[in-house]
Ligand binder design. Structure first.
Ligand code: FAD
Ligand code: 2HG
Ligand code: ZN
Length: 485
């Protein structure tokens, strides 16, 4: 990668402009006119410690007007910027590639309104997901998205990545739940589309371009989102199965028998659970090992009715020998520990050094074939083994079975180009041949932008570039994320 020389480097004058605008020192982390190397590390390095930028300045605006003035100044002066939320993204989009200015939304963290009749929440983009969920939870509602990074990721980042998460099966994607956004365009224009309406068929639905747009056409500053009623009865079951064929049968049965109360159906293979156990030291819920595990959650309004349904389902699938063994959580603590076995995998993947992550949409019947084939590939190429001589520790498969979304993680002892070469573009070709998507829910970021052609046609990519040009005419390349898609 080569830095685009058209983008200017930040000078002392620029720093002065930002300090005058943002006021307090902690709003401008400055490595240009003073040494701020330590503070800047948090803005430059991503969650996986895989992508690292070299920004010398990070800005933490407090208001939409400040974001607007920053963007206008950067646009006029050809300074590249990179929006940043909670920095939990998994595709290298949340950190700079070169010396782009980081615009971090963490100080824009106010919740504006929540109406418990309509369920509409209006909040700043920098509100942490967990805080948003706690806020609406106090009024018996639920934020329509939940994911393992909820303690750090921001709702603006969730919208920018169109994050999927653990309950998409039930509540649908951000494209359906977000009612409005306020965003700042590359030239500083404030686009006020902070609608609270469920229905509004008056022309193009522009906010949809920002949802999943990964900050390439503007910075989201506020969102309005529809939050459903929180279910009074939540039940979780975790069970073991002997084959992927049986996993599919169990999913079919769960839809048939649990219908409207099914809120999650997650898949974990034996290797993913073993790695989670090894990394966290936690005890797994079932004594014996099984080739596959599933986690089912139901959410409904009647405890007795829901428990009966779930127990009947389990009795049925065990009677039919679809499921080998299973447990149902008896209280809140057990619900948390069952969910931890699923949510903790992502972190376990990188616990022993590094990880190569692939987030893929694959037609269900073939979804697990890729994990088997990847494992075989590493068994045959001499890169995977039990000692430190081998870079690859294990290949694990898990994910949102209910959404046909596989997470393939290759857990390594260290990042190694040979491992990457064995995986890319092979994984993308494999997925493309089966008409899947090379990014189901994490986005393109820097990691996958080169590979977009495996999931989108030339015509679509051309139109995307035209859209980008419309919002950001200054450069065909992205001013917002200097290394754009
Ligand atoms: P960041 O990581 O800071 O940014 C992500 C991208 O959005 C970047 O391109 C950034 O430039 C852009 N961006 C951020 N904020 C804004 C804004 N206000 N305006 C415009 N652009 C912006 N993802 C899923 O989909 N499902 C999961 O189940 C899931 N689980 C995860 C579990 C763990 C443990 C971790 C670490 C990550 C997980 N993710 C998951 C990845 C997911 O994309 C993020 O966690 C989350 O949506 C990103 O939010 P963030 O605030 O951290 O954004
Ligand atoms: C999950 O579902 C996340 O746990 C992360 O999307 C997946 O780390 C991954 O590969
Ligand atoms: Zn996921």
């Amino acid at each position: 990668l080569k830095r685009d020389s058209r983008f200017k480097e930040v000078t002392a004058d620029d720093v002065k402009f930002f300090k005058d605008l943002l006021g307090s020192d902690s709003a401008v982390i400055d490595g240009v006119t003073q040494d701020a190397s330590e503070d800047l590390e948090a803005f430059n390095a991503d969650w996986m410690r895989k992508y690292r930028g070299q920004t010398k300045i990070a800005l933490k605006p407090e208001s939409t007007e400040q974001v607007s003035k920053i963007m206008k100044y950067c646009n006029d002066n050809l300074l590249a910027v990179n929006p940043q939320g909670g920095n939990t993204g998994l595709v290298g989009g949340s950190v700079p590639v070169f010396d782009e200015i980081v615009i971090n939304l963490s100080r824009m963290n106010k919740i504006h309104t929540f109406d418990d009749v309509s369920g509409v929440l209006v909040a700043d983009a920098g509100v942490i997901l967990q805080q948003a969920d706690d806020h609406v939870g106090a009024k018996s509602h639920i934020f329509p998205l939940d994911l393992g990074a909820k303690g750090s990721c921001q709702i603006g980042g969730n919208v920018a990545t169109n994050a999927g998460g653990l309950r998409l099966l039930r509540y649908g994607s951000m494209h359906g739940n977000v009612l409005g956004i306020e965003a700042v365009l590359p030239d500083g224009t404030i686009l006020d589309d902070l609608s609270m309406l469920r229905k509004n068929n008056t022309g193009y639905d522009l906010k949809q371009l920002f949802i999943g747009g990964e900050g390439t056409i503007g910075i989201i500053t506020k969102i309005s989102i529809l939050c459903p009623q929180r279910s009074q009865a939540v039940n979780v079951a975790y069970f073991g199965l002997e084959s992927y064929e049986k996993v599919q049968q169990a999913f079919r049965e769960a839809k048939k028998q649990l219908g409207e109360i099914l809120s999650a159906f997650e898949l974990m293979d034996r290797q993913s659970q073993a790695l989670y156990k090894r990394a966290s030291g936690a005890k797994l819920p079932l004594e014996a090992e099984h080739p596959f595990y599933c986690l089912i959650e139901t959410s409904g309004s009647n405890t007795d009715h829901d428990s009966e349904k779930l127990n009947n389902f389990l009795e049925h699938v065990m009677g039919e020998e679809i499921v080998t063994d299973g447990v149902v959580a008896q209280d809140e603590t057990q619900i948390h520990s069952l969910w931890a076995c699923r949510e903790g995998i992502s972190e376990a993947g990188q616990h022993f050094g590094g990880v190569y992550k692939y987030d893929l949409s694959i037609p269900l019947p073939q979804l697990y074939d890729l994990v088997n084939e990847t494992r075989e590939r590493f068994q045959n190429n001499g890169l995977m083994g039990d000692t430190d001589d081998f870079p690859v520790l294990d290949v694990i498969g898990y994910g949102h079975m209910g959404d046909s979304n596989l997470h393939l993680n290759v857990a390594t002892r260290r990042y190694d180009k040979q491992v990457e070469k064995a995986l890319e573009p092979w994984v993308y070709e494999w997925v493309s041949k089966r008409n899947g998507s090379i990014s189901a829910e994490h986005g393109l970021g820097l990691a996958k932008k080169e590979y977009i052609g495996y999931s989108r046609s030339e015509t679509m990519i051309k139109v995307m570039k035209q859209v980008k040009g419309l919002f950001d005419p200054v450069s065909e390349r992205c001013l917002i994320v200097a290394e754009n898609w």
